[in-house]
Ligand binder design. Sequence first.
Ligand SMILES: Cc1ncc(COP(=O)(O)O)c(C=O)c1O
Length: 460
Amino acid sequence: MTVIPHGLSNGGFVRDLTDTLCADAVPLDRIAAEVGTPAYVYNARAMRRAYRTLEAALAAMPVTVCYAVKANANLAVIRIFGELGAGADVVSVGEMRRALAAGIPAARIVFSGVGKTEAELAAAVEAGIGQVNVESTGELRRLSAVADAKQRTVDIAIRVNPDVDAGTLKEITTGTANDKFGIAIDRVPAVFELAARLPGLALRGVAVHIGSQIVDLQPYHNAYRRIADLVGRLRGDGHVIDHIDLGGGLAIPYDREPRVDAAAFAAVVRETLGSLGCHMTIEPGRYLVGSAGVLLARVVEWKEDLARPFLVLDAAMNDLMRPALYKAYHPIVAVRGDTGEVTAEVDVVGPICESTDVFARARALPHLKAGSLVAIGAAGAYGATLSSEYNSRPLVPEVLVDGDRVAVVRKRPSFEEMVGLERLPPWMEDSPAADRPPDPELPNAEFPNAELPNAERAAE
Ligand SMILES: Cc1ncc(COP(=O)(O)O)c(C=O)c1O
């Protein structure tokens, strides 16, 4: 039986007796035959397992898990966590509406994000969401005005930037003084003074999120210690602090890094913040869904026409952007295990006309023929949510496996659906012949100069 990398086995991807990779009990070649490729495949039971591991580790403390919807916003995925009692962490009205549509009660939704518009704040107040994490004094004033105008009071926390380096990729660190997030920790007391005077706001506490894919727990320790000191200072100033939002960021194994130990994380929380008597919220995204998803792709060609071999897939950077965006590592395996082919080092690429359309460099894989299937592992978080239609490639479908049950939870759009929101401007509608010369008698009402011959334009 071919060995499965940790990044895949952690999400419940196993090989059956024929050495075929399965999501839980379902062979991936069956899904590819029914749904086509590329396709995301998620393992519901692995998501529940991750949730329960974290919940059990934190059980002795008053902590609510709010799933960070940005990691994977599929309604079925949000519903899985809602059924387990989770709330949701959202960063846009779109995510808020998804959480509500998936059945998360408004009171269990936390709204984070550095640039919430007035319309978004109004929608959040209107929906009666549990908490807004305020990231600037401007936002504080805007939210106060919005809530006051509606004669509502909204629970808020101030997002603190603790100036702690999370020790993760620089592209996904959020808690240093150079990042745009939150309010510098030494300025927070003044912002509390302001918040306490503004109408429409119920000041509950503080929030912190220092980054994502955090493997080493020391940065959490540093950040939470600073938060504990801040809470002491704010209480000394007379503020009631009964809530702390711990953020997300817990790491999963992609390559050789260990899975973050939930019990060790809980020990950090207990040691730094446990004695403050606050209710706490945690906002994990990647930890709950990252390992539980693969991007299933088909080999277009093993290309030998250049100095090095390239494995060209039908999936591309628009479907899974992390390698192109952050040079992120993802495990890649053949769905059929022992193909009998010799293993070679190959660059795994997509078909897009960008040289960053590379999933892996010099990866050891069997010499796969056109039509073979591969699974790109640990793709359940920041995979589908970061995807685009670049090169007019429709968004890929999403498939949920739950034990031996399989459902398409987002279908592949047809070409008509992909272009369905586009319209030709009125002046093009009845001009099917693209090369028809412009009619000089019909000036363009919207752009009066646009179709004048150069000579006339110059003379104006
Ligand atoms: C405010 C906030 N909370 C939670 C998360 C989730 O992070 P992760 O998926 O690493 O747990 C993010 C991600 O960037 C975030 O910005």
